[in-house]
Design a protein around this ligand. Structure first.
Ligand code: MG
Length: 380
């Protein structure tokens, strides 16, 4: 049998504003892309899917255009007043060039693994319908709002996910026949028409974004980790103290530099800029600019951190190594960590300050200056 032609309908016509705010949840951003665009891309990039179409709210044409960017898709169709209506209208829109199979997916499940899509398609070779599902593992209670009224046996119960897949002709006919019947999902429409529906293993990653917590979870698991490094050196000169990792450390010499010459904070600033590909400290704060003469380097570090936030990212970890024979860093380590954590607005246990000597070797060994290197980890 030649490869089946498979179309995907991504259902995005709901208003779904339970997350608060005016924006329907399918248009909220997840790692720089809308939830809807991510759901559409699952199918557009799947090798076994031929056609992808969104079913959207009639008011969302403009939003949709902005949301999908450069994805290559069939033009969207407008949904109806209920999800079931919307699915039927989506199916009708495919009817003049009918696929063999159709997958119907909730836009609010943008992290569904491709393997789940593949399993649903496979099952349609032997079943009219197929849905991904996971066995219920929590104990189920009935209640009246404040009190338990019974325990429901969970054996044989499943939580269903999407995409739900069907042979196209059968599900279109079933949706026409049961239009207006208020069935809870497309599998229920197929069941009402007497068609067998197979269960295939779902995946926890295919969870539905319903609450703000769900969106946060989706952002957490779909984010990418970036690591940046930084390195800096400043030469000793006259003075009675050095600034090191945001702390004034008494010393018989000072450090020469345009700003306060805090070599630790400079290395860390570069590490953060490196993690987001935002150039280096000299680009943002040119030594030629008199504004930065003697400037506290905490301002440079705070600026780098603000660029991370502006990208929708989160700084999760900073590690600085100070390289010198003198002054001793150990007595100031906790104050340095606290200073950095305060500037970055992150927890103390996400900040590390370490020190090493070079065993008397090289310029740090000869006491000519201080070097520092740093690593920063950012979740985008
Ligand atoms: Mg520097």
């Amino acid at each position: 049998m030649s490869e089946a032609r498979v179309a995907a309908l991504v259902m995005a016509a709901g208003r779904g504003q339970r997350l608060g705010g005016d924006e329907p949840k399918q248009y909220l951003l997840l790692g720089g892309l809308s939830v809807l665009a991510r759901s559409l891309a699952l199918f557009a990039s799947h090798p076994r899917i031929d056609r992808v179409r969104a079913v959207i709210h009639a008011d969302d044409r403009e939003r949709y255009g902005e949301a999908i960017g450069s994805l290559k898709l069939a033009p969207p169709v407008s949904g109806g007043t209920t999800r079931q209506d919307s699915v039927r209208l989506g199916l009708e829109s495919l009817a003049n060039d009918p696929p063999d199979f159709v997958l119907i997916h909730d836009a609010a499940r943008p992290l569904t693994p491709p393997s789940v899509i593949g399993r649903v398609i496979d099952a349609l070779k032997t079943s009219v319908g197929a849905i991904p599902a996971l066995p219920v593992t929590d104990t189920l209670k009935q209640g009246d709002g404040s009190r338990v009224t019974g325990t429901v046996p969970r054996a044989g119960l499943y939580r269903t996910q999407t995409p739900q897949g069907f042979r196209f002709a059968e599900i279109l006919e079933a949706h026409r026949r049961f239009a207006g019947a208020e069935l809870t999902d497309d599998a229920a429409v197929a069941e009402a028409a007497g068609h067998p529906v197979a269960l295939v293993p779902g995946d926890e990653a295919a969870f539905k974004i319903t609450t703000a917590d769900d969106l946060e979870r989706a952002r957490r698991v779909s984010g990418e980790t970036r690591i940046g490094t930084g390195f800096d050196v400043h030469r000793f000169g006259p003075g009675d103290h050095v600034w090191l990792c945001g702390i004034r450390v008494p010393h018989q010499r000072g450090l020469i530099g345009h700003s306060d010459a805090d070599v630790g904070l400079h290395a860390l600033t570069d590490a953060i800029l490196g993690a987001i590909g935002a150039g280096d400290i000299g680009l943002h704060f040119p030594p030629s600019d008199p504004r930065w003469r003697g400037a506290p380097s905490g301002g440079f570090l705070a600026h780098a951190a603000s660029l991370v936030t502006a990208r929708g990212g989160r700084l999760v970890h900073a590690d600085v190594t100070v390289i010198c024979e003198r002054p001793k860093v150990g007595p100031h380590r906790d104050a340095m960590r606290a200073a950095i954590a305060a500037i970055l607005g992150i927890d103390l246990d996400r900040v590390s300050v370490k020190a090493t000597t070079t065993e008397g070797l090289g310029f740090t060994g000869r006491g000519e200056g201080i070097a520092a290197e740093a690593v920063a980890t950012v979740m985008l």
